[in-house]
Design a binder for this molecule. Structure first.
Ligand code: C2E
Ligand code: CA
Ligand code: CA
Length: 488
């Protein structure tokens, strides 16, 4: 009911609405409001649900990309690293980091293509999973290489498991591809300190793996054994070196350098070999680092220099026309100028014309943080020695060095020749050859192994070629024969 004063006497206008009519209107407004609220709530919930599902789908997509390996379907390498970190922090007892590669897998990939190779990789992963003990974490590291974290009770148990895996793998049909049998190679690093950098563990496991020889009966190697063996072997070699020196076991081998267009021998490099009395030949990459470490390299380099002069005298006395032979000079020798007088007196002793012996110094030795190096190289050059830059292009400041040092010729490092096939690689070779030409520096390409590499370098007018394509390093007698043939 509602009263409204009418301003006429004390009259009021009286409105009377029956209760049932008022209730009906109010309840229909109320119903509409509730209905609208429900619709809005459903819309909000639907939107939130959609948003949540969409987000999850995107998240799953990225997780999949990041944490699942596309070939094996197992964890990715990133996920593996995270899991390894967590597992090691929980300290679950004896653990080893292992890398597993298949010997010569690149040959399979080359011959059968990616489809078949990926099938084999997925199969290897499934065998690992099948024979793995609980707690093993494994993922594909790259191409055909796997990384594993293994928990074990004893070394013999670990070896047994590796053997099990190998026989399981070899028993599967896929293990023999056209008479080519898969050979898994395990490098193992036993973890002493779980907080150690995981990449270091992996590198040490890889080092062990690289020590496995092609015909080794075992397809696994432990880092500590390898390290101990290497130390013992190096110690043995060091102990034998002085005796071997007196016993004349160090001799130069000669690798000819050929004129690219005439294919005639125009020079050679003397490369040291250690030939033990039982005929075993030890290569310089084994003993040169030791000799550099203990300083014995100074005697070895001087010995090579003298032996080269002796051979040149022999050829001169025979009435032949010898070609210049270059000798390598270690960075250790370059530390002091004393050797220069010694080398000159050797040349005088054998009466060797200056142009017949050249000096190879690696680019990195020239750029050593050794202030005297500059003046020593300059003095050598002034005394008439031709200076060849060995391994040119591998250092950081190759161009700076060309400006500051008295250089006569460049030896383009083998790594460039290996890459001549890719566009960037070939462009770099072209640039270096052009630059050498504009500076009037002859250039030798090192490590040329194939006809196509030769053809490419020939078309680029590279001056000389040294590499297995023409000849490997050889004993002097053989070199002399080749020289005579080439001169004829
Ligand atoms: P380097 O001076 O760069 O010598 C070239 C190396 O490449 C030699 O290895 C040679 O045999 C090898 N080589 C030549 N052509 C090819 C090829 O086509 N393919 C492949 N894969 N390799 C090829 P070597 O004789 O084992 O010597 C290794 C290194 O040891 C030399 O590298 C040099 O740094 C050092 N060295 C050798 N003799 C002496 C020496 O008398 N004194 C000093 N200080 N170092 C020496
Ligand atoms: Ca050299
Ligand atoms: Ca070289």
């Amino acid at each position: 009911m509602q009263y409204t004063p009418l301003a006429i006497n004390d009259w009021y206008l009286l409105n009377v609405v029956p209760v049932n009519v008022a209730d009906r209107t109010a309840s229909s407004i109320f119903s509409i409001t509730i209905f609208l609220c429900i619709i809005i709530m459903i819309a909000i919930i639907a939107f939130m649900l959609y948003f949540f599902l969409y987000k999850k789908k995107t998240q799953d997509y990225y997780d999949n990309l990041l944490y699942v390996d596309a070939i094996t379907g197992g964890p990715s390498y990133e996920k593996f690293m995270t899991d390894v970190r967590i597992s090691l922090s929980q300290n679950k007892g004896n653990a080893a980091f292992s890398v597993l590669d298949i010997q010569n897998f690149n040959l399979i990939r080359e011959k059968y293509g990616h489809g078949k190779s990926n099938e084999i990789i997925a199969h290897i992963y499934s065998v690992i999973k099948r024979v793995a003990k609980e707690g093993t974490i494994c993922a594909r590291r790259s191409e055909d290489s796997f990384a594993l974290l293994l928990h074990f009770s004893s070394r013999s148990e670990l070896i047994m498991r590796i053997k099990n895996f190998t026989s399981e793998l070899l028993n599967s049909e896929i293990a023999t591809v056209d008479h080519f049998t898969l050979r898994p190679l395990f490098g193992i690093f036993i973890i002493d300190d779980p907080s150690e950098n995981i990449m270091r563990m992996q590198n040490l496991a890889r080092m062990a793996q690289h020590s496995i020889k092609y015909d080794d009966p075992n397809n696994y190697a432990f880092h500590d054994d390898v390290y101990r063996d290497a130390l013992m072997y190096n110690k043995e070699l060091e102990d034998q070196m002085i005796h071997a020196f007196k016993n004349d076991e160090f001799i130069p081998y000669f690798q000819p350098k050929y004129d690219t267009s005439t294919r005639k021998i125009v020079g050679a490099e003397a490369l040291i070999r250690w030939i033990q009395p039982n005929g075993t030949m030890i290569y310089p990459n084994v003993f040169i680092p030791l000799a550099e470490e203990n300083g014995f390299i100074i005697q070895l380099d001087t010995l090579m220099f003298e032996k080269v002069c002796e051979k040149q005298r022999y050829l001169l006395d025979k009435g032949l026309d010898p070609v210049p032979v270059s000798v390598n000079l270690s960075r250790k020798v370059l530390r002091s100028r004393e050797f220069i007088d010694k080398y000159i007196s050797i040349m005088e002793k054998y009466r060797i014309p200056q142009h017949l012996v050249e000096i190879e110094i690696t680019e990195s030795a020239m750029l050593d943080n050794n202030t005297d190096c500059d003046s020593i190289v300059k003095e050598l050059h002034e005394k008439g020695f031709k200076i060849l830059v060995d391994d040119f292009g591998t250092g950081y400041s190759s161009l700076m060095m060309l400006k500051s040092m008295p250089i006569d010729a460049l030896k383009l490092d083998k790594s460039f020749i290996d890459d001549y096939n890719d566009t960037k690689g070939s462009k770099i070779i072209v640039c270096i050859i052009e630059m050498a030409k504009s500076l009037s520096m002859p250039i030798t390409a090192e490590g040329v192994e194939t006809e196509s590499q030769y053809d490419f370098l020939n078309s680029m007018c590279c001056d000389t070629i040294q590499g297995y394509y023409f000849a490997r390093p050889m004993a002097f007698e053989h070199f002399e024969e080749q020289l005579v043939e080439s001169i004829a």
